[in-house]
Design a protein around this ligand. Structure first.
Ligand SMILES: C[S@@+](CC[C@H](N)C(=O)[O-])C[C@H]1O[C@@H](n2cnc3c(N)ncnc32)[C@H](O)[C@@H]1O
Length: 279
């Protein structure tokens, strides 16, 4: 059993607590610096992954500029906004004529964003939605039936960083349909995935790899069978079919470094897909 599977074996609430306790000494020592940058959460509160919070946020924001053509006056939707990693750089970019909406299934992240971001940036709004995800939040409400709390045609840019990598097929399908509904005509959506095809399936399922998907579910593969949302990789053709059914049009695809594909255009660890709602 490696560290990752031990982490997955405990409940979502306990995972948040373990993190808090583990980073308590570092957060305690850093207490004096907190006043200087209140837009960076304590390490113990960052439940959305490792890496430098501010640097990662800037990197993800740069992907939005380069591939989704986000503009300062856009209405943007951050699905699975976590603890505001991308919202933070957007506070310095979106003008008063732009606006930001984010939602997530983890209340703690939304509360942090409301307190540290929305209070000062009045065109930023965060919503907690209680939906089941066995890595993040346990409840009986299903994401596969969820209607986003926004009217049709409301957003120029929608994005999901590292969210479809934690969602089940029916949930992804519903979200793609909802994204189509809430995007304005010509609006774009950037999302990240772990995608595979026959050529790399052997490589990514090999348990000798530190980052692997050993459990085959036909059109997708799981990293951990007991926590299906821990990490999920999809067959590329399967996702392409879902996209087609949603009526979104695929505009670009940039493979990431996670699967060692050996391409030289690696901008991120995960694979990036950009869709458009064409008129
Ligand atoms: C790896 S984190 C990434 C967070 C954020 N996008 C970022 O890049 O900082 C995945 C996020 O997806 C959220 N999530 C999982 N299932 C979701 C769902 N059905 N709807 C909205 N958010 C969800 C989790 O709570 C978590 O905050």
């Amino acid at each position: 059993m490696n560290l990752r599977s031990i982490y997955y074996a405990i409940s979502p609430k306990s995972r948040l607590l373990v993190r808090k306790v583990y980073y308590f000494p570092a957060d305690f020592l850093n207490f004096g610096n907190k006043a200087k940058n209140k837009l960076i959460p304590n390490k113990g509160d960052i439940f959305i992954g490792s890496g430098d919070f501010a640097e990662q946020g800037k990197h993800l924001f740069s992907l939005l500029k380069e591939y989704a053509f986000i503009k300062p006056d856009h209405a943007v939707l951050d699905i699975g906004c976590g603890i505001g990693r991308v919202a933070v750089p957007l506070t310095q970019y979106l003008t008063k004529s732009g606006r930001y909406e984010g939602f997530d299934v983890v209340k703690k992240g939304i509360s942090w964003c409301e307190k540290h971001i929305a209070k000062d940036f009045l065109n930023f709004r965060f919503q907690y939605v209680s939906l089941h995800n066995d890595l993040y939040h346990l409840t009986d409400k299903k994401a596969e039936n969820f209607t986003f709390p926004y009217p049709d045609n409301s957003f120029d840019t929608v994005f999901l960083f590292s969210v479809f990598t934690h969602m089940q097929p029916l949930e992804v399908e519903n979200y793609l349909n909802e994204i189509y509904r809430v995007l304005k005509p010509n609006g774009k959506c950037l999302s990240t995935f772990f995608l595979y095809d026959d050529q790399i399936e052997n490589e990514i399922s090999n348990e000798k790899r530190s980052f692997c998907f050993p459990f085959d579910k036909e059109n997708y593969r799981l990293m951990n069978e007991k926590v299906p949302s821990a990490n999920i990789a999809f067959k590329e053709i399967y996702i392409s079919q879902m996209i087609e059914r949603s009526k979104l049009k695929l505009k670009s695809k940039i493979y990431g470094s996670w699967a060692n594909r050996g391409t030289d255009t690696l901008f991120d660890f995960q694979d990036i897909l950009v869709f458009e709602k064409t008129k």
